[in-house]
Design a binder for this molecule. Structure first.
Ligand code: ADP
Length: 506
């Protein structure tokens, strides 16, 4: 085939694409972090552009897809066979979600871990997800053509690798463009190499060129090495992760991907995160009428058992909603607490994660009961109320692939204070006296001093009506919806289809 033929037919107006997403969490069904929000919202945006999308995820304990069609499923990994079913739910004419129901793997507490310990059979559980998705695609003859297979994070990393390894087995996706998205490079799906034979993966997957990583098998590396295009969730994180300091050992792997590695900023689901209609709020509001924001502030303080008098309402509230892990800079906050607690501000913290951080925040709430409210746990409704009721939102992340909360904050008129890394750097423009279009506050050094300095600066500006109103207005006027990002993904899909066509032409 000549070089120009696929280029000509693929580079023009792309026909409607059939896209198969595979992910371990998808909002609203299963969520521990931003991955779920992204894989929940991107299919909607692709659907709005006219593409057909099917999303495959595990059917975890307590999850149900009422009205789904049930199809039998049998998976063999090495010498063991697993039985379950696929729950296929149509959502309108162009979208479907498929729950993989294998109770031995997914009917248990915790998506990936319980009591702080990874499930010991995660290698099986997510090799199983990959096989189930491929099995579904292979037998789903009435679902239309699949042009793109889009795998998310290490849990789906085996999907492109299996397709490349056995195209004759997975004929319905063999020629699809393969796309891998890295939502967080810190999680690499590393397993001892005995999984290769135990799960029947084939030793050709355990090579330096594919999935071997320092004598272990990395599901993420399998996915990166086998895909036509690799994306991550912000342009800044793409740049950071090809540097040794931020690449978690994968910088060389990503440099080798070259210009097939691109950063696309996540969008947010503006139908779920909208202060004018958010079902979790006490009162609705918009940039034109902020009255409701104060009502949410009162409700938030009340919910956290904090004072709600006029003094308390005049005092700035600083919100944190976060996984309580090293990545999120919890240690920076804790290292600066003595000084932070001297400031004239009230704190509300919602999070769960490492037990030492959970304990440290609980102790703080006990020491400063009128200044700090802490909830340990995962609570979607409280997260929304914090976004609406707080005045500032703190994200001092050590690294942040994209970050969603700062974008929710911008939309809710809650001014973000962030460390200038990854997607936080891409989305927050730091305040300076004559800076135009600032929408928040930023600091670069990962130190308690830099954090403290920036929080102090933000609190000074909070008491100056005009610049504060300008910051809020700027953030609330921005468009962080999925539309523009989805169009970027479609461009990547076209490139992936072209690369796949070249692979097959060789
Ligand atoms: P990450 O994926 O690294 O956790 P993101 O900022 O990309 O960080 O996304 C986090 C998502 O998870 C946001 O939607 C945030 O509101 C939500 N979230 C995090 N912790 C909690 C919690 N304890 N309760 C409710 N929502 C939470």
């Amino acid at each position: 085939m000549s070089d120009s033929r696929p280029r000509k037919s693929l580079a023009g107006r792309t026909p409607r694409l059939g896209v198969l997403h595979i992910a371990s969490e998808v909002a609203p069904w299963a969520k521990t972090g931003g991955l779920a929000d992204v894989v929940g919202a991107l299919p909607l945006a692709l659907d709005a552009l006219g593409h057909r999308v099917t999303t495959v995820l595990p059917l975890y304990r307590g999850m149900a897809l009422p009205g789904a069609e049930i199809r039998p499923l049998e998976i063999t990994l090495g010498t063991r066979r697993w039985r379950g079913s696929l729950h296929v739910l149509a959502q309108g004419a162009r979208r479907r979600v498929v729950g993989v129901d294998v109770p031995d793997w997914y009917d248990r507490d915790g998506l990936y871990a319980r009591g702080g310990r990874d499930h010991p059979d995660n290698a099986e559980r997510f090799a199983g997800l990959a096989h189930a998705a491929l099995d579904f695609a292979q037998h789903d003859v009435d679902g239309g053509r699949i042009d793109i297979v889009h795998a998310h994070d290490w849990q789906a990393g085996l999907v492109p690798a299996l397709i490349r390894q056995q195209p004759a087995r997975w004929t319905r996706v063999a020629r699809a463009g393969l796309v891998m998205t890295i939502h967080n490079l810190a999680y690499q799906g590393l397993f001892p190499k005995d999984v290769v034979s135990r799960l029947g993966l084939g030793w050709d997957m355990f090579t330096l060129a594919v999935g071997e990583f320092w004598d272990q098998l990395s599901y993420l590396k399998c996915g990166i090495a086998s895909s036509d295009m690799v994306t991550t969730v912000s342009p800044a994180y793409a740049l950071e992760t090809v540097q040794p300091e931020c690449g978690f050992g994968f910088d060389g792997v990503l440099r080798a991907v070259g210009d097939r590695y691109v950063g696309i900023l996540n969008g947010i689901d503006t139908s779920v995160w909208d202060p004018a209609s958010d079902a979790f709020l006490t009162a609705h509001y918009s940039a034109d009428d902020l009255t409701g924001k104060r009502q949410n502030k009162r409700a938030l303080l009340d919910l956290f058992g904090l004072p709600v008098g006029d003094d308390a309402l005049a005092r700035p509230v600083i919100g944190i909603v976060s996984r309580l892990v090293d990545q999120k800079g919890c240690d920076l906050v804790l290292a600066a607490t003595e000084q932070l607690m001297q400031l004239d501000a009230t704190w509300v913290v919602l999070g769960s994660g490492d037990s030492h951080y959970e304990t440290a925040f609980k102790i703080l709430a006990g020491r400063f009961p009128s200044r700090m409210g802490v909830r340990i746990g995962f609570d979607e409704g409280v997260a929304h109320l914090i976004e609406a009721g707080a005045d500032l939102f703190l994200m001092p992340s050590r690294f942040e692939p994209c970050g969603l909360n700062q974008m929710y904050s911008l939309r809710y008129g809650t001014v973000p204070v962030v460390r200038a890394v990854g997607g936080l750097d891409d989305t927050v423009r730091g305040y300076a006296p004559r800076a135009r279009r600032a929408n928040g506050f930023k600091f670069r050094d990962a130190t308690p001093e830099a954090l403290l300095r920036t929080v102090r600066q933000a609190l000074r500006i909070y008491h100056r009506t005009d610049p504060w109103a300008a910051l809020m207005r700027e953030g609330m006027s921005e468009d962080h919806s999925w539309g523009p990002s989805a169009r970027e993904y479609v461009k990547v899909y076209r490139q992936a289809r072209y690369a796949a066509a070249l692979r097959w032409a060789e």
